[in-house]
Design a protein around this ligand. Sequence first.
Ligand code: ADP
Length: 370
Amino acid sequence: MSVTKELVLKKLSSVLTDESKDSSNIVEAGLVSEIVIANDRVFFAISTNKEDVDKFEIVRKKAEEVVKSISGVNVVRVSLTSHDKRPVDLNRNNQAKKVNNKQSVDGIKHIIAVASGKGGVGKSTTAVNLALSFRNLGLSVGILDADIYGPSVPKLLGIKGRPNPGAGKKIQPLTAYSITAMSMGFLVDEETPMIWRGPMVISAITQMLREVDWGDIDLLVVDMPPGTGDVQLTMAQNVPIIGSVIVSTPQDLALIDARKGISMFQKVNIPVLGIIENMSTFVCPKCGEVSHIFGKEGAMKEAKKSGVPYLGDIPLEMDIRIGSDLGKPIVEFNPGSVCSQSYNRIANDIWLKINSSEKLQIVPNIVYEE
Ligand code: ADP
């Protein structure tokens, strides 16, 4: 018997919002997001208030358990989303038409951009780990390193070597950890400074996107160049990006630039799928004391202020830095760590949003309630 949404919802209607009271179930209460089924894998989110997140962890586990009991289901990923109930219009300014108007890329179903207002906030590290988390969801994933001036994907994925020209005209990308990757870093030495002007950069990015044999890819993660200049704007206008993810550290200076990033994407009608706060907390490995080196919850507050979803936070974690330098990303090499779980949860949430927005493309003007 194949797994259906109806069956999943039926199972979920046995999960109460609060076991201790005579409460409604999570389906009745409207807390269950769009359900995505891919063969034997089921993905969905349960929404709750930020204050109830701990309490809802029990509900989340229970929901996972009941769906897993359905015959034919092998993997269940349930994430808790703690956004405001404010409606988010992923179809803002008729976004659907815009994506469709841009020339699609052979073999690639969806493209998301991972961007940041400034460099050094962990954008590339986040893009690579998210790509691995998307792969963990069972998706075929590619990553395009569009950070021409500071390509770091080769190092982060531990890829050495040069892409070959394929049998046809297209370039064969390289692969690591089952992720297909293309980067300027494959073509020039790490030490060689790129002194190209904007139009040359745009032409190089366009070639890396359109003249590469990506194969069949569910999701291409584009690691954008930092900032909001001409290159970023031209890219956003020409690449069929379904949504963007903004990475910021929590301090004011980074957030000012993150805000510029949000408004750039909004200007070119690309929905902002959400903000990720990177390096949010630091737990001292010796004494366990938690400190907020770059400030506290800045990105979360910014998300609220800008009216875009908050996707979650990633701590400042020594293992992330060490793994990045060694080309051994944490999601691959320490999948059980808190950080990897956070990346997985965020990827799950983004994938659900992408699937919801896909629906909206067919029926414009529907507002998606988170
Ligand atoms: P960007 O792409 O924004 O320029 P990178 O991803 O290259 O930033 O990260 C900059 C540095 O910060 C790298 O050395 C990386 O390993 C480190 N880094 C990124 N995120 C974290 C984190 N959450 N914890 C610890 N180090 C991190």
